[in-house]
Design a protein around this ligand. Structure first.
Ligand code: BGC
Length: 394
């Protein structure tokens, strides 16, 4: 009898796990055509809990993320456009895109590798930003394949092969990113890349978050905690000086939960115009660990970012300019932030930084997870209390 029940339990567990994985649905629809006539698809993933994520084949982009607040009300918490034409327009600031081949800046667009000098497009005077001008990874149309796998989960794998020399980078680079949605409201991104010639690779996702809903006026009341005691200071053009310094006593100290707006004004007149800094994560093990926690006290929504990357760029939407996004909503200055898990900017030119060089005999791999939840009533109480005492909130 006991054995009978044990087998029943095992069967029940097996059945539940099978059902829960199969229960993330995938729908494919058209997202429009690029200016050059390429068809772009949109994949909509939805889990049992109702969380919805939309992914477009242009730029392997996250275009929508609908998650519940503390009362169960859903909102889309990421910035973007209604169709591909918005993403091709001037108002797109890498919303939700995959950024690369090398995200962030390469000083003066130059580097030397294996004795050869390379020159890249200067698209952020005087530097190279986010992989280039015309064929960076955010601008090309990727192939997509639906994934329904017991082990890996349900989602979409995007792949793109960047030919040797594209945007000035050496080597033919084959990149793939598998996005999966879990039943516990996580978006999991598994990156991988292979090259046939040594080349720098640094990939990230450039999603902008406002946990009150995309188009909410500001993100300055959100609270942030970064698992980073150090950061990489930069020069006037946002290129790291090569030093690694402590955040202690500076506006960059997010080692404890702190309001984003608490000290941002002090950065108004700096080159970064706000937060636009690479934080050196405490976790340098190459294993996936907590990197950032973002919390909106009003809606109760919480985002945690987990990654195996050594750094995270915290960018406070300083260049958002009131452009119109999804449903005609305006994206005001500092109304969303990016938390870009990555290697440090300009690593290809700075010896002391963890290397971004991928060699033909190796595989680039990265895992980053966006995990959504809500503040539990007790935590919420704590937040309110601490808000009454602003000094504790700094
Ligand atoms: C960079 C910013 C840049 C922004 C573009 C961020 O990753 O750090 O400097 O302006 O991307 O949207």
């Amino acid at each position: 009898m006991k054995r009978f029940f044990t087998s029943l339990t095992v069967l029940a567990i097996l059945a539940t796990s099978t059902v829960s994985k199969a229960d993330v649905s995938i729908e494919k629809s058209s997202f429009g055509q690029t200016k050059s006539g390429d068809e772009v698809d949109l994949y909509t993933l939805k889990n049992e809990a109702g969380m919805t994520v939309c992914l477009s084949t242009r730029g392997a982009t996250i275009t929508q993320i609908h998650v519940p607040d503390k009362d169960g009300k859903f909102a889309d918490v990421t910035l973007g456009f209604d169709d591909v034409s918005g993403y091709e327009g001037e108002d797109n600031q890498y919303f939700g895109n995959t950024t690369g081949r090398v995200c962030n800046r390469i000083a003066l667009g130059k580097f030397t590798l294996d004795g050869e000098d390379y020159e890249l497009a200067i698209n952020n005077e005087p530097n190279h930003l986010h992989g280039g001008k015309d064929r960076s990874l955010d601008k090309v149309v990727w192939k997509a394949e639906e994934v329904r796998d017991e082990k890996t989960g349900t989602g979409v794998t995007f792949s793109y092969t960047s030919p040797d020399g594209e945007e000035g980078y050496p080597g033919k680079l084959s990149v793939s990113i598998r996005y999966t949605l879990t039943e516990d409201n996580k978006i999991r991104m598994n990156y991988s890349a292979k090259t046939d010639k040594a080349t720098p690779v640094n990939l990230t996702n450039h999603a902008y978050f406002n946990l009150g809903g995309a188009g909410s006026e500001t993100v300055l009341n959100h609270q942030l905690k970064l698992e980073a005691d150090k950061y990489t200071p930069t020069d006037e053009t946002l290129i790291p000086t090569g030093k690694i310094e402590s955040v202690e006593g500076t506006e960059l100290d997010f080692t404890k939960m702190k309001k984003i707006g608490a000290r941002i004004k002090k950065l108004d007149d700096t080159a970064a115009l706000g937060y636009d800094h690479n934080f050196v994560l405490n976790n340098q093990t190459g294993k996936v660990k907590l990197a950032a926690t973002l919390r909106d006290p009003e809606s109760g929504r919480v985002l945690t970012v987990l990654t195996d990357q050594p750094g995270i760029q915290f960018y406070s939407g300083n260049f958002l300019k009131g452009q119109k996004g999804k449903g005609g909503k305006e994206y005001a200055h500092r109304s969303a932030i990016c938390l870009e898990a990555q290697h440090y900017p300009n690593s290809v030119n700075i010896e002391g930084f963890p290397s971004t060089i991928l060699k033909p005999d190796a595989t680039y791999q990265q895992i980053t997870v966006y995990s959504f939840s809500v503040v539990k009533p007790k935590e919420e109480g704590e937040t309110k209390t601490s808000e009454k005492k602003p000094s504790e909130n700094k």
